[in-house]
Design a binder for this molecule. Structure first.
Ligand code: PLP
Length: 428
């Protein structure tokens, strides 16, 4: 064996010697936009009472209009995070204490905790291992008389099986909320992911394709849902009497308001959306070309007529074919200098909160409350595909962590090829 073939883990030379540059979407345009807001002196114009300023300042409104235009929806409601957006969406959708809401275990925790904010019960359904979205058959099997809604994450930047899930939801009169936090500008049969369900929620946090530091946008074509989200965003309880609102349910308001500077940054970011998501897609396509012939490794699947935006680049491993565990492979790749490796992912049902059923207070609320009469399970085994993937078959690369120039991607490919041809050495 030549010394250059020796794995870095075993003292050989590292494939990636210099750290990659940080992914940075912020530039001169954003700086100028922020400066203009500062000069105006109006950093937010929201008022938590019924007046023209209830809907926020001029830049917040311009950003909402631009977002709705860009995504082809009638209403965009900005918020201070996607977490806030999910809370507003579930409240607007009429989720009540004791209701069950079906959600994926493979998502960020806020997809499930936003359900609990309304004292409803998250019910986890299994995912499919092609694109890691909710499995429609698993969703249908979880529906009970208590089910009110479904939260569908478009995880990693690929559309979930939304047409099938929407058909099931319509049959059972359930509301569907798309958590499109990772999937901005992803397409599914020509439609923007995030705009297919009753409400879609995008994230603008620092780690996403485009961002405003912190922020989020909810979209819907239903004017009533839009209005309820606007109320929940901005102190609904203080507004309903003067504004006039018939249905008071869930109109406990929050302060989920986006400031003007963030909206100004958002407007500049929106103009870069296509270029920025295309750059992640190009890096991912290059990875796929370089990795697809490696035995034991399966690059991501993109379903027909879908566009993946690769918030992360997921890979499937075949431990039997490889003869070593994922943990060993990750260790070896990391030693070669590959950054932003991920695995294992999520499995929310196994979080301590669900295992011990302790959320609000110490006594098991909301599961033990009189209003919940169901029998949800969070046992290991309820989501076999998600668990199997978690336990060793899935790994990935965070694509919004680094720039990933063509040369950098070539180095990542080289590191994978080196590690996978050295698997025998890893096994011992
Ligand atoms: C990032 C993310 C969120 C939360 O977004 P914030 O804007 O940070 O609140 C929710 N769901 C998913 C799937 C995410 O990736």
């Amino acid at each position: 064996m030549q010394d250059s073939d020796r794995l870095a883990l075993h003292g050989g030379p590292k494939t990636i010697k210099e750290p990659f540059g940080r992914y940075n979407s912020i530039g001169e345009k954003e700086a100028q936009a922020v400066a203009r807001v500062l000069e105006s002196g109006v950093l937010s114009r929201f008022l938590g009472s019924w007046s023209d300023d209830f809907y926020g300042g001029p830049i917040v409104r311009a950003f909402e209009e631009a977002w709705a235009d860009r995504f082809g929806v009638s209403h965009a409601v900005t918020v201070n995070s996607a977490t806030s957006g999910l809370i507003a969406a579930l409240g607007a959708a009429g989720v009540e204490p004791g209701d069950e809401v079906i959600v994926s275990p493979w998502t960020m925790s806020a997809s499930a905790t936003s359900i609990m904010v309304w004292n409803a019960i998250p019910v986890f359904a299994d995912i499919e291992d092609e694109t890691f979205g909710l499995d429609p058959a698993a969703v249908e099997a979880r529906i009970t008389a208590r089910t009110r809604a479904i939260v569908v994450p478009d995880i990693f930047g690929h559309s979930a099986r939304l047409d099938e899930i929407m058909a099931i939801a319509r049959r059972h009169r359930l509301k569907v909320i798309e958590d499109a936090a990772q999937a901005v500008n992803a397409l599914d049969r020509g439609r923007h992911v995030g705009t297919i369900a009753d409400i879609g929620v995008f994230s603008l946090n620092y780690h996403k394709h485009i961002h405003t530091g912190e922020g989020g946008v909810c979209v819907t074509n239903d004017p009533e849902l839009a209005e309820r989200m606007q109320l929940i965003r901005n102190h609904a309880e203080a507004v309903v009497a003067t504004k006039g609102a018939e249905d008071l349910s869930n109109l406990i308001g929050f302060n989920f308001r986006m400031p003007e500077m963030e909206a100004a940054i958002g407007l500049a970011q929106l103009e870069k959306l296509e270029v920025l998501t295309a750059s992640r897609r190009e890096a991912a396509d290059q990875l796929t070309r370089g990795l697809s012939d490696i035995p034991g490794l399966r690059p991501p699947v993109v379903r027909q007529d879908c566009t993946h935006v690769y918030y992360t680049y997921p890979l499937l491993l075949d431990a039997e074919e490889m003869g070593v565990s994922r943990a060993r492979v990750l260790e070896a790749l990391s030693a070669e200098g590959v950054p932003a490796l991920m695995g294992p992912y999520a499995n929310l049902h196994l979080l301590p909160m669900f295992q011990r059923r302790i959320a609000y207070g110490r006594n098991g609320f909301p599961w033990t409350s009189g209003v919940y009469g169901g029998e949800v399970s969070y046992e290991k085994g309820i989501c076999p595909t998600a668990e199997d993937l978690h336990d060793g078959r899935h790994m990935g690369l965070e694509m919004c962590a680094h720039t990933y120039t063509e040369d950098e991607v070539a180095l990542v490919i080289e590191a994978f090829r080196k590690v996978f041809s050295g698997l025998r050495a890893l096994a011992v």
